[in-house]
Design a protein around this ligand. Structure first.
Ligand code: IDP
Ligand code: MG
Length: 139
């Protein structure tokens, strides 16, 4: 079932560089409604669990270090076809491959420090949303 919701994180590099406002502006202008949002700081255990699917990849340790080095903005976004449209808006994982005008093209520094997360399926959007938010924090 399609839920029309996706989950995003503005990652530590985007927060450190002061890009929260610009990225949220772009998300709003692209037709997404904010269902839930908070500034939060993932613990090492949080990041390991969130990215458990990548635990065998060579960059896993680096990814956990990066995602825990400072606060992030976690949010749930709603729009028709949210998962796919948000992946289009953020662009390819590696900003060098990301299309012009995408968030990663504009704000990401590298394949590792790529400014923003977007869920890759409706199923993962629901799992990732529940990881960060209780039902009482969704509006
Ligand atoms: P995605 O975020 O575009 O879905 P994934 O392949 O799911 O990309 O990887 C999750 C995250 O892990 C990426 O957003 C990026 O921060 C990091 N990552 C992915 N590939 C590499 C790599 O080759 N080197 C370092 N970090 C990586
Ligand atoms: Mg992914």
């Amino acid at each position: 079932m399609r839920t029309d919701r996706t989950f995003t994180m503005l990652k530590p590099d985007a927060v450190e560089k002061g890009h929260i406002g610009a990225i949220l502006e772009k998300i709003n202008a692209s037709g997404f409604r904010i269902v839930a949002m908070k500034l939060t700081h993932m613990t090492t255990n949080d990041a390991k669990a969130f990215y458990a699917v990548h635990s065998e990849r060579p960059f896993y340790g680096e990814l956990v270090e990066y995602m825990t080095r400072g606060p992030i903005v976690a949010a749930i976004l709603e729009k028709e076809n949210a998962v796919e449209d948000f992946r289009t808006l953020i662009g390819a994982t590696n900003p060098a491959d990301a299309a012009e005008g995408t968030i990663r093209k504009m704000y990401a520094a590298s394949i590792g420090e790529n400014a923003v997360h977007g869920s890759d399926s409706d199923e993962n959007a629901a799992i990732e949303s529940a990881f960060h938010f209780s039902g009482r924090e969704m509006f």
